[in-house]
Design a protein around this ligand. Structure first.
Ligand SMILES: [Zn+2]
Length: 453
């Protein structure tokens, strides 16, 4: 038998372990064999992994692709071009676009735009507000991956529902069997300190971080866990930034609440000092925390209280990020920055430092996100019969992001500019098609497709 493609001479790594001198055979976009290079079938095309590490395609379950409506920041084409270049084979878009993704027709529009232009596979969350509780079943039928509630004011000014509305939403979402994720910051606490700091003229980037204290995150996590215990819905905490919040998730798991959580590379890489060193470029919600919180967040990742790694890739223009005046009035800057092309390098650097194993990295960055969002084993595995999404990384390549304008996103603003990494994605394969190799995105816009759930 001759198959479409084989990846040879790699070290295949999954959460279960690693095997040197192995590879993967692919036919019709599906994995047909995983095994020793010598035993793989003949193929029309061979990708020689040259001893590099071969893993299930990385799944990023938290990006802002900005389309529809905010294409001046990013669109499906540019976001998924960055994903391909970053070694990410599946992305899930957030619903705070314009319009927000709160109705089936808005979701259909988002999917259609993705089908027309994406380079890698994709999905989308839908947002629950005070206005659309009745649409929860219809949004499920329209194919949404999951639901999101913003608990406080956020980028896009999506109004948060009341606690009563959240309980009602949870009852209805439980009926769908899908999961509900949160932007978990107590909006009343954040708004109070924001107004107080502004009145006092505390306008530095570090003041922004301190206006959103850890208690705002921890309280929101604990309240939503209490609500989930009452309603039985599956919940997820996006972008956990602090040890306090991560430990609250762990306590929820001990109580058998169906709670999962993610953190992001920037919370593990930087401390709040980055706001003093690099200014508003590092402004994000929730903010990057101090070293003590970060150390306990790390422990929570290593013990499994934190399930997933995701970027919160959040592109904005240079003007919106005050790039020309990085220490300008922080209240004039916007929160968020890009990350799709630095997430694998950051995680592989942690592997190089001995803080995670390669197996743990694959668990947190491919397998577990696919499991949490009901895409496993189609995504996040190298099992025979599943989608042939494969990421090949060089774990030893040391490099520095000297110039963020070399990134493929429309936005080139990231605090990772100037940082040095050990590790990089070298080849990205989506359903058996090579979409990135030799430093170039070679896949076609429109090849990516919606992941059916
Ligand atoms: Zn986000």
């Amino acid at each position: 038998m001759t198959v479409d493609l084989v990846v040879t001479n790699g070290t295949v790594v999954t959460p279960a372990g690693r095997s040197p001198d192995t590879g993967v055979a692919v036919d019709d976009g599906t994995i047909v064999a995983v095994g020793r290079t010598d035993n793989l079938p003949a193929a029309d095309r061979t990708v020689d992994a040259e001893g590099n590490v071969v893993v299930p395609g990385i799944v990023d379950c938290h990006i802002h692709n900005r389309e529809p409506g905010l294409e001046y920041k990013e669109d499906w084409e540019s976001a998924t071009r960055a994903a391909a270049a970053g070694g990410v084979t599946t992305v899930v878009g957030m619903p705070n676009t314009d319009p927000i993704i709160d109705r089936p027709d808005h979701l259909e529009c988002k999917f259609e735009r993705g089908e027309a232009s994406a380079h890698v596979d994709f999905q989308s969350y839908v947002v629950v507000t005070s206005e659309n509780l009745d649409l929860i079943p219809a949004l499920d039928e329209a194919g949404a991956l999951g639901y999101k509630i913003f608990l406080g004011s956020t980028v896009g000014d999506v109004p948060p529902p009341s606690d009563g509305e959240i309980l009602e939403a949870m009852e209805r979402i439980r009926e769908t069997g899908k999961r509900l994720g949160f932007h978990e910051e107590n909006g009343e606490i954040v708004d109070f300190y924001t107004e107080q700091f502004q009145a006092e003229g505390r306008n530095e980037p570090i003041d922004f971080a301190h206006s959103r204290p850890v208690i705002a995150e921890r309280e929101a996590v604990e309240r939503m866990i209490t609500f989930a215990a009452e309603t039985g819905v599956k919940i997820h905490m996006y972008h956990v930034s602090s040890g306090d919040a991560a430990e609250a998730v762990a306590r929820g798991k001990e109580r058998d609440v169906a709670v999962t959580a993610e953190t992001c590379p920037h919370y593990l890489w930087f401390t709040e000092d980055v706001l003093r060193e690099k200014g508003n470029v590092a402004r994000i919600q929730p903010p990057i925390r101090d070293a003590g919180q970060q150390a306990r967040l790390w422990t929570s990742l290593q013990t499994g209280a934190i399930d997933c790694i995701a970027t919160d890739h959040a592109p904005h223009t240079a003007e919106e990020k005050l790039v020309d005046d990085p220490f300008g009035n922080t209240w004039d800057a916007i929160s968020g920055f890009v990350g799709l092309e630095t997430e694998i390098p950051a995680l592989l650097t942690f592997v190089d430092e001995g803080r995670l194993t390669l197996e743990e990295w694959v668990h947190h960055h491919a397998t577990r996100p696919a499991e949490v969002w009901d895409m496993y084993p189609k995504k996040g595995s190298l099992q025979v019969g599943t989608d042939a999404d494969i990421t090949i990384v060089d774990p030893d390549r040391t490099w520095t992001l000297e110039d963020a304008t070399t990134l493929h996103s429309k936005s080139c603003v990231t605090p990772f500019e100037g940082e040095t990494f050990t590790g990089k994605a070298v080849t990205t394969i989506v359903r058996g098609e090579v979409v990135y190799e030799d430093g170039k995105v070679v896949g076609e816009s429109g090849y990516g497709t919606r992941v059916d759930v």
